[in-house]
Design a protein around this ligand. Structure first.
Ligand code: ADP
Ligand code: ASP
Ligand code: MG
Length: 401
């Protein structure tokens, strides 16, 4: 009997009507002979609304009560979906992350999964039930509910798929697969039929929010076949497996908004610099030193803290003329591999691709070519880079692709 893990995102669960349609779909999958576990996100914009509610009574941005609050969004979805399936005469059970056996570190707001105890889920599957799991949450050893960071239901799904040795993990969303760029912003983006894990991981790590990078890493580590597909129709999505090559030298264009850029004359050892950064994860790409200048890109929420630290310590550090720009976006061109990057990146003409505004080159991922530009130009730059590589295809012969 095939064991299938499905995950439905918030856009797929906008309304009770959508929940009823997903209940029908789940029953069809079970009738095909599958044991089915479904991980759900919060309905529509619920998580943002809960964050907003919290902000009306508190300035706290992460902590136990906030996690308790945010975890309810997913619990509403799983309960409603279980009720809808039961209404159709089938057995179903809704579980919170803790009930489903997801153990996390004791970190509020961005916890990692440390262990998965699947005993309860296996028992319910063996009793013939469809199991609905609230995504984005788990329970730490100290019994506290911890959430997994925004987009974390993908991670729940991949972790459960790995622990249950599922035959496949299907991520249902509002697009019908992984595209060469976010189709909401870039015209002419095209769908990949197949990708390998490394390709999707680089896309996800450089900002393609279609699947959370931790979910891709789980699937890769445990060799779980992933499928990204639409919950709105039956079309096949993008299949992700370790041996799926792509026919084209470029995987896609991604962007990461909300960055702060710093540049100064002089050199600081990376370790020394990281001491000024409360959260090391906020560093985007490498600290770059060239021609006596240092470039640093970090997430904007840590920009003022970094700026204060640099200014306080500049004499001690022996640096001066610190430039600081907020509201920056990194645009990345992800190549199929390092060889393709070495071959094709020299053909990129920065002046043509970034016609206006300040532009900074950075190194973010080995297989990506990246620039940082003011946010207002980002979509145009992404479109130009995308047009550039789509143009390559038609010029295949002349550049010997
Ligand atoms: P869900 O609610 O299902 O988790 P998300 O909003 O997190 O959905 O992810 C789906 C969105 O990801 C799409 O609507 C699309 O705009 C965006 N996206 C970004 N990059 C890509 C890409 N390369 N391919 C497909 N979708 C992408
Ligand atoms: N509901 C959470 C969020 O909006 C988790 C998820 O959707 O995956 O980020
Ligand atoms: Mg998502």
């Amino acid at each position: 009997m095939a064991r299938v893990l499905q995950k439905y995102g918030g856009t797929s669960l906008q309304s009770t009507e959508r929940i009823r349609l997903i209940a029908d779909r789940a029953i069809r999958e079970q009738e095909n002979g599958s044991q089915l576990v479904i991980v759900v996100s919060a309905m529509g914009d619920t998580t943002n609304q809960l964050v907003q509610l919290a902000s009306e009574v508190s300035s706290c941005t992460a902590g136990r009560e906030l996690d308790l609050l945010l975890s309810t969004g997913e619990q509403i979805s799983s309960s409603l979906l279980a009720l809808a399936i039961q209404e159709r005469g089938r057995e179903a059970i809704a579980l919170t992350g803790a009930q489903a056996g997801l153990e996390t570190e004791e970190v509020h707001g961005d916890a990692r999964i440390t262990d998965v105890n699947t005993a309860k889920i296996r028992e319910e599957l063996n009793a013939g039930k469809i199991v609905l799991v609230a995504g984005f949450q788990g329970c730490a050893k100290n019994q506290e509910i911890c959430t997994l960071g925004r987009g974390g239901s993908d991670t729940t799904a991949a972790a459960l798929a790995a622990a249950l040795q599922a035959d496949r993990c299907e991520i249902f969303t509002d697009v019908d697969g992984v595209y060469s760029a976010d189709p909401r912003y870039v015209l002419g983006a095209r769908k990949h039929e197949r990708l390998n894990y490394t390709h999707l991981l680089t896309l996800a790590e450089t900002g393609a929010e279609v699947v959370h990078p931790r979910a891709v890493a789980y699937a890769q580590d445990h060799q779980i076949p992933l499928v990204v597909r639409s919950s709105f129709h039956e079309q096949e999505g993008t299949k992700i497996q370790h041996d799926s090559g792509i026919a084209f030298p470029v995987v896609g264009v991604t962007f990461q908004k909300g960055l702060s850029y710093f540049q100064w004359r002089g050199k600081i050892e990376e370790e020394e610099l990281l001491a000024g950064l409360a959260d090391v994860n906020s560093l985007v790409g490498n600290v770059q030193v060239s021609n006596g200048h240092t470039d640093l890109i970090i997430k904007e929420e840590h920009g003022s803290e970094m700026s204060a630290w640099l200014n306080e310590n500049k004499h001690k550090l022996g640096i001066n003329s610190i430039q600081h720009a907020e509201g920056m976006t990194a645009v990345h061109l992800v190549f199929a591999d390092l060889d393709e990057k070495r071959r094709l990146a020299p053909l990129l003409n920065e002046k043509e691709l970034v016609p206006s505004g300040d532009v900074y080159r950075i190194n973010c991922a080995p297989d990506a070519w990246s620039v940082v530009v003011p946010e207002e130009y980002a979509v145009e730059v992404a479109q130009r880079i995308h047009d550039w590589f789509m143009g390559l295809e038609s010029k295949k012969a002349s550049i010997a692709l």
